[in-house]
Design a binder for this molecule. Structure first.
Ligand code: A4P
Ligand code: MG
Length: 185
């Protein structure tokens, strides 16, 4: 079988922000493993990775708490090819995607921002349509991109002021380092 061609944007690379979330099967390790997988994507360089934040699940029903973070990458992958690559990383880390959305997951990778592009089609909405409601996205995004503006919405600083970040617990360096060692074993 021939692998599908990856469309590379040859004109320029774009700065892209990706939200990472996990609430199953050792979430800290899942997030760190995802960081390594993002760093290994073709035509892509990892520019930054935020601290990790533990926080209660948002949404209906009782769920284990999440660990969330945000990554910044520079990539020449076109948006839909990047989405394919993110979904492949999710699948590789045991993400089961069913007809019901919002269920607990080993790994969720959401494309928050792709340069200053606005995309709205069947597969992809960028900027991510719920990012402005979510402290677990805005706080780590602000950590790595303090001067960032979200197209159509304004500065991340202003957006974060409008939501409560009280439920976010920043995960200690030492806990992350221990988890990282376990993940490397
Ligand atoms: N899709 C459209 N736009 C995008 C985008 N910008 N990035 C499409 C990624 N995917 C995008 O996603 C469903 C479809 O959305 C994809 O096939 C893609 O074509 P999914 O990952 O299969 O399903 P999902 O994750 O259940 O849906 P979604 O919309 O990503 O869920 P949410 O809204 O992200 O909610 N609480 C805490 N504390 N932390 C969390 O991380 N996450 C969720 C998931 C709920 N509660 C949470 C957290
Ligand atoms: Mg998702």
């Amino acid at each position: 079988m021939t692998a599908p061609a990856v469309r590379v944007d040859t004109t320029s690379a774009s700065i892209v922000y990706i939200a990472i979330g996990s609430n199953l099967e050792r979430p800290v390790q899942q997030v760190l493993q995802a960081r390594d997988a993002l760093a290994g994507l073709p035509e892509t360089r990892l520019l930054g990775f935020s601290p990790l934040y533990r926080n209660p699940a948002v949404g209906p029903g009782q769920q284990p708490e999440y660990v969330n973070a945000v990554a910044a990458v520079r990539t020449r992958l076109a948006p839909h090819d990047l989405l394919d690559a993110l979904q492949a990383i999710e699948a590789n880390q045991g993400r089961v995607r069913g007809p019901v959305r919002g269920l607990p997951r080993t790994l969720d990778l959401d494309l928050l921002l792709y340069g200053d592009r606005e995309i709205n089609d069947q597969r992809l909405t960028v900027p991510h349509p719920r990012m402005q409601q979510r402290a677990f996205v805005l706080k780590p995004l602000l950590d790595i991109a303090p001067d960032l503006d979200v197209p159509g919405l304004g500065s991340v600083t202003t957006l974060l002021c409008a939501v409560s970040e009280a439920s976010l617990e920043r995960i200690d360096e030492s806990e992350a380092v221990t988890a990282s060692r376990e993940h490397a074993r």
